[in-house]
Design a protein around this ligand. Structure first.
Ligand code: TRP
Length: 337
């Protein structure tokens, strides 16, 4: 912490994947894969938002397993724990504490306008009050680390906008305390669509298991799911979202996992049918996932992961507590430092 001045000049990123379901390759394309890239360019904090997961009921054993799994995916996909800080949100108490403070800054009306809350609470009984205040906790996650950039999916941009408003509001009321973060705009291939319906995002909540590929799917399962993926009757591997959304989605998946551009893929499969394309696509995915799956299984229940998370929590807390103390002091709380 002695190099504070150089540190704060650096671009800093913070993001996390909620441990609320099994990860599919959409999560890899839209988040994980990009986290790995960002760590070269930014000082990086990647956390597991387990406190966010409990805004809806979670089975304790499931929460425990999923939380370790997300952390293991971070490492297995190539986030370097020597370079980036990897931690569990619940192990850094400052998140909950600043979360409470941010709730005092957020207006009821503002939170009522969050579309994710409306969607998730619509028609449900027993909606927790934490689901409503969720964005205040998310603001706390980001502001604690003075993050300059936050990569988020499309569904989170409204929450990020609110985070910016809360940071500005707090700074205006109490003096400059928080960095106002920017959303990181995602590149193509970040939003994979369902294999059964290119109009719907690839999602684990789809009851049709053939609509998504899980990070831990076995090679034969991947091959089978792809062989059944919807296409169209034209028979040409052409990237054209307007007229050929299903095939374009498959081309994007190929691009994410194989590294080629969409034009290169079109050229490669010119004159070939969908059968050959899907077969090769399956192999490209299988090949990319194999080392990630191997490392995942090696690490998920290991003492090595415990050690990474413990170290990460300590490093995160050091940083988070600096901001939390500054915020408390600015608000008038009695502090002793
Ligand atoms: N709300 C995010 C999601 O559902 C997860 C999240 C919580 C997050 N806190 C964050 C993402 C802070 C980025 C930054 O996907």
């Amino acid at each position: 912490m002695t190099q504070k001045s150089t540190e704060s000049a650096k671009k800093r990123i913070l993001s996390g994947i909620k441990p609320s379901g099994e990860l599919n390759i959409g999560g890899y394309a839209g988040a994980l894969r990009q986290f790995v890239e960002y760590q070269h360019e930014y000082e990086s904090f990647f956390f597991v938002p387990d406190l966010h997961a409990i805004t809806v009921a979670q089975d304790p054993a499931e929460l425990h397993r999923r939380s370790r799994e997300i952390a293991a995916y971070y490492v297995a996909a190539g986030i370097d724990p020597e370079k980036s800080v990897i931690f569990l949100q619940s192990q850094v108490p400052a998140h909950a504490e600043l979360g409470w403070i941010m709730e005092t800054q957020a207006y009821f009306g503002e939170l009522s306008r969050m579309t994710q809350f409306k969607e998730k609470s619509d028609g449900k009984e027993g909606v927790s009050s934490a689901l409503f205040t969720y964005p205040a906790l998310m603001a706390s996650d980001i502001l604690l680390y003075q993050a300059t950039h936050v990569p988020v999916g499309e569904d989170q941009t409204q929450h990020l906008e609110l985070t910016r408003d809360l940071a500005q509001r707090f700074n205006n009321r109490f003096g400059r305390t928080f960095t106002v973060p920017e959303a990181v705009v995602q590149e193509i291939g970040c939003r994979l669509m369902g294999l059964d319906d290119p109009q719907k995002k690839m999602s684990k909540s789809n009851p049709n298991k053939g609509s998504y590929i899980l990070m831990l799917d076995e090679p034969d399962v991947i091959r089978k799911k792809l062989s059944r993926a919807v296409t169209d009757s034209e028979g040409q591997v052409r990237y054209d979202w307007e007229n050929k959304p299903a095939v374009s989605n498959l081309i994007e998946i190929y691009s994410v996992f194989g590294g080629q551009t969409t034009e290169e893929i079109e050229r490669r499969f010119e004159g070939q049918g969908y059968g050959a394309f899907k077969k090769e696509l399956a192999e490209v995915i299988v090949e990319k996932l194999a080392p990630i799956q191997r490392r995942f299984h090696e690490i998920v229940d290991s003492a090595e992961l415990d050690e990474i998370l413990n170290r990460g929590a300590r490093r995160a807390a050091e940083e988070a507590n600096l901001t939390l103390n500054a915020a408390k002091k600015a608000m008038g709380f009695v502090t002793f430092d």
